[in-house]
Write a protein that binds this ligand. Structure first.
Ligand code: B12
Ligand code: SF4
Length: 455
């Protein structure tokens, strides 16, 4: 891992430790990771792979039997470019793709000559099943969740394995990354409740399942300790549940355990409608929650009429105040360019969030351009939402780039992007005015991570 230092990363790629634990339990001990992510040399400056550099890194590591890839939409082309180099250098190696992009795009991905197999959906059973079949030269048609090309035909194995419940999942393979990696990450991801029961039209996390199941609390605490042992005792966590406060009972059980230990600090994300119980808010503060991310943009936007009359807003401000009183900093998720939004309502949305920051109700906000990722309902069925997709060049399906669709209300992507750029400046200005004073402390409270570039 020679390039883990600059720029720093938000976190280690969780799927690797997660599936690493699964593979190790199945007897695959010879696992390695190749970092082409944090090195500026891996790209040639035009969002394409620097082939010379990547070849060099792959040669240094030597050939492997199997290479695993988990691209997201905007970097899918980079993963495929790397797979081509792998196959060129080591033609006997197998390349296996999986995860949030390869699952909905399984067919086109499997058609790519450099991709040997696509594993759809969750990997805990399907990946070892594929590796066993390859190792023992078994019939691939019996391997579930597999899409692959065979003699010019794309084969789709329909069998889907039952999800492994969290209590039965092997522990993460924490030593997959060297201890020094811990010096250059913002936090360690830890999941308690796996799965999300909602179905937001823009979201693509369905690979992980819809019913929320919990890891046993003792296991969560053990794993946190193990991560800290390896990457540093000072480490802060990000609770990776999609909606951390989804169910009051299990949330309180975990937060009580955190409070009893007294040495855990963490960030989390949830929805506004899962924060109505004041007991939960108190427990969040006592359990060490320092930073809570909430998608509040749509409640502001959808109810703009009522917003003016302070009906919904009263509830929102009450919740945010209680969180502030409990010592929890709050960051909103804002998405620009939903169908139905005009340029004007987009601007208003930003201004409303900036006002909440100025007034100390919010400490920060993320701001992203809406992207119809493959697998989401708005990608599969854009007409239903009044959207027209302009192209399928996935390298431009990016939350910082102009929208890849138009709507009747906002037909010019460049104008929408301009609102986005101005919005970033408005929110940035509000945050720089408010963060040091809102917390009563300095930026250091949020970690030195923010001082430099991060990916
Ligand atoms: C943590 C996270 C990050 C982290 C770490 C990323 C990482 N590589 O681990 C950071 C902050 C860096 C990040 C960045 C981005 N992210 Co992100 N991220 C997530 C998040 C919240 C959790 C992912 C996770 O760790 N899940 C837990 C693991 C265990 O689940 P999993 O990855 O799904 O893996 C399971 C299966 O999918 C499968 N599987 C996964 N990979 C593979 C590979 C193989 C070979 C096999 C067999 C199986 C397999 O097996 C696993 C176990 O069952 C997801 C939302 C979500 N809940 O999925 C978004 C998500 C993945 N991110 C998303 C996006 C868009 C991004 C960014 C592009 C945002 C941006 N504009 O910059 C960047 C891209 C960064 C980059 N260049 O790669 C989107 C992806 C949408 C899409 N279809 O492409 C998601 C789904 C959120 C969303 N908006 O819907 N992200
Ligand atoms: S956006 Fe959040 S709440 Fe909605 S489906 Fe995705 S993870 Fe669940």
């Amino acid at each position: 891992m020679p390039h883990m230092k600059q720029p720093v990363m938000w976190e280690l790629p969780h799927w690797m430790m997660w599936l690493g634990g699964v593979l190790e339990e199945q007897g695959y001990h010879n696992l390695d990771v190749i970092d082409l992510y944090t090195s500026v040399h891996a790209l040639n400056g035009t969002s394409a792979i620097d082939e010379h550099y990547v070849r060099g890194v792959l040669r240094t590591h030597g050939g492997a039997g199997v290479y695993l890839f988990s691209p997201m939409t905007p970097n899918n082309h980079l993963a495929i470019a790397i797979a081509r180099i792998v196959k060129d250098l080591y033609p006997q190696s197998k390349t296996i793709f999986g995860g949030v992009m390869s699952t909905p795009a399984h067919e086109t991905t499997a058609r790519e000559p450099a991709v040997d197999f696509v594993v759809r959906g969750r990997g805990e059973v399907a990946l070892p099943a594929l590796l066993h079949a390859l190792e023992h030269d078994r019939d691939l048609q019996s391997v579930g969740q597999l899409t692959y090309e065979d003699g010019g035909t794309v084969r789709y194995n329909p069998l889907v394995y039952p999800d492994v419940l969290p209590a039965h999942l092997p522990k993460d393979k924490i030593d997959l990354f060297p201890p020094e990696a811990g010096e250059h990450i913002r936090y360690i991801r830890q999941v308690y409740g796996l799965g999300c029961p909602y179905r937001c039209s823009f979201c693509t996390i369905q690979t992980i399942g819809q019913r929320q199941h919990y890891f046993p609390v003792a296991r969560v605490l053990d794993e946190m300790d193990a991560y800290r042992d390896r990457f540093g005792e000072q480490h802060h966590f990000y609770m990776g549940d999609e909606t951390f406060t989804m169910s009051d009972g299990p949330t309180l059980t975990l937060l009580d355990a955190f409070a009893a230990r007294g040495d855990i600090s963490f960030d989390a994300q949830t929805r506004l409608n899962r924060l109505t119980n004041p007991e939960i808010i108190t427990a969040l503060g006592e359990g060490g929650c320092k930073w809570l991310e909430i998608g509040i943009e749509t409640s502001v936007e959808d109810t703009s009429e009522r917003f003016k009359q302070h009906t919904k807003l009263d509830g929102l401000l009450g919740t945010l105040s209680r969180l502030g009183d409990a010592g929890v900093a709050v960051c909103s998720f804002m998405v620009n360019g939903f169908p139905g939004q005009t340029l004007d309502t987009m601007k208003k949305s930003v201004e409303q969030i900036a006002t909440l920051i100025d007034d100390g109700y919010l400490q920060a906000s993320y701001f992203a351009q809406l992207v119809p990722y493959p697998g989401s309902e708005i990608y599969e069925n854009p007409d239903k939402f009044g959207m027209q997709l302009l192209h399928k060049d996935f390298s431009r399906y990016h939350e910082d780039l102009p929208p890849v669709y138009t709507t009747a209300e906002a037909p010019d992507p460049e104008e929408v992007h301009e609102v986005y750029r101005q919005g970033l400046m408005t929110l940035g200005a509000a945050m720089s005015r408010s963060v040091p004073t809102a917390s009563g402390d300095s930026w250091n409270e949020y970690g030195t991570f923010w001082k430099g570039p991060h990916v």
